[in-house]
Ligand binder design. Structure first.
Ligand code: SF4
Length: 67
């Protein structure tokens, strides 16, 4: 799976990072980007989906299910 954070939508709530610290990094203002160019290993896919569901801005998207 591959994900990305839409920087226009992200408001820096940090929830994604709290729920899936391996998959997101935050800048100094708390805005998130996906680590490793968004690549999610199979064992972290559940965490990725949890973060997607819990982002208040719906800023996290699945770019590809089978990448
Ligand atoms: S939870 Fe959503 S809005 Fe908040 S930092 Fe993560 S991607 Fe951005």
């Amino acid at each position: 799976m591959r994900i990305k954070v839409d920087s226009e939508k992200c408001q820096g709530h940090n929830r994604c990072f709290v729920l899936a610290a391996e998959l997101f990094e935050l800048d100094e203002y708390g805005y998130a980007t996906a680590t490793d160019e968004g690549k999610v290993s199979p064992d972290l896919e559940d965490q990725a989906r949890l973060a997607i569901e819990n982002c208040p801005e719906r800023a996290i998207e699945i770019v590809s299910e089978d990448d």
